[in-house]
Design a protein around this ligand. Structure first.
Ligand code: C2E
Ligand code: MG
Ligand code: MG
Ligand code: MG
Length: 277
């Protein structure tokens, strides 16, 4: 009986794996087609100064509206793109779109900055550096107007991260560690990376304004940033209570989150920007 059950379970696991494989395979095919057809959307989420809510920049994000309008989160398809090597094309697509959507704003004098997310694989890819140079130069966009976000997870290849972020900094980009607090960076590593800013992951933001704030690590991370002279962006601010708590912090903070604006099409962000002027 045991043998029969075992074989049955084995077959079920095998079938589940096969289905997962097929599903992934079809996601992969559709993703590559979407890249070929330049059919990925790029949306922009406002970044604001916490004290007065002023719009200081935006983060470019790539939601993917699959056939039949279904949304596929980048959390699902970016890892696939990193594995099959198409991530470089996604990064290029986003940069080109940023230049097309906001080239005029970014080429004019000002502080407004747009951040793009890159993957560790981009960092030591000479084609990434070349195509970014070409895209930005053609649009007349100075490097300091483009922020580069790198997740703490993707900074595990230490040598590459250190030399790659250094190169970006020397070119003039603002460099951010994304989802800070969820990875495994040591303090020594953080100092060596020498970035401009930390983006505190929204899993920490959630504890703000609740009793858990007593044990929250947010004040500690802000102190760390103060010591290292880094800017801080808080991700995922959803409530006024969270905003008020952050306003009371004695350090200049920036924030992103649904309270201030969801990721939106370029035209909507433009309207916000114009309204502020
Ligand atoms: P991330 O860079 O940390 O982006 C922030 C994510 O949090 C976005 O999800 C955004 O929509 C979401 N978010 C913002 N405010 C709130 C809020 O108040 N509440 C909640 N619940 N969520 C909020 P999204 O667009 O699904 O992106 C997820 C991740 O995918 C990004 O995290 C980033 O790591 C990656 N990603 C997105 N676009 C790109 C890209 O162009 N290239 C690369 N390499 N990765 C990307
Ligand atoms: Mg990001
Ligand atoms: Mg983030
Ligand atoms: Mg994130």
């Amino acid at each position: 009986v045991c043998t029969v059950l075992g074989a049955g379970a084995g077959a079920a696991v095998g079938l589940a794996l096969l289905l997962a494989h097929l599903r992934r395979h079809s996601v992969e095919g559709r993703l590559l087609r979407a890249i070929d057809q330049d059919a990925l959307d790029v949306e922009y989420q406002p970044v604001v100064r916490i004290t007065d809510g002023a719009l200081v920049g935006a983060e470019a994000l790539v939601p993917w509206r699959d056939r039949d309008g279904r949304m596929v989160s980048p959390v699902r398809f970016i890892p696939i793109a990193e594995e099959n090597g198409s991530i470089g094309r996604i990064t290029q697509l986003v940069l080109r779109r940023v230049a097309a959507d906001f080239g005029d704003v970014l080429a004019a004098p000002g502080e407004f900055r747009i951040n793009v997310n890159i993957s560790a694989a981009d960092l030591d890819n000479s084609r990434f550096h070349a195509s970014m140079a070409q895209t930005l130069d053609a649009a007349g966009i100075a490097r300091e107007r483009i922020g580069i976000e790198l997740t703490e997870h993707s900074t595990t290849a230490r040598d590459i991260a250190v030399s790659g972020t250094k190169r970006l900094r020397e070119l003039g980009h603002h460099v951010y560690i994304d989802d800070f607090g969820t990875g495994y960076s040591s303090l020594a590593y953080l100092a060596e990376l020498d970035v401009h800013a930390l983006k505190i992951d929204r899993s920490f933001t959630r504890t703000i304004g609740t009793d858990a704030v007593k044990v929250s690590l947010v004040p500690q991370i802000i102190d760390l940033a103060r010591t290292l002279g880094l800017q801080v962006v808080i991700e995922g601010v959803e409530t006024e209570a969270q905003r008020d708590w952050l306003r009371a912090v004695d350090y200049p903070l920036y924030a992103q989150g649904w309270l201030f604006g969801r990721p939106m099409p370029a035209a909507e962000l433009r309207a916000l920007l114009n309204a502020q002027r």
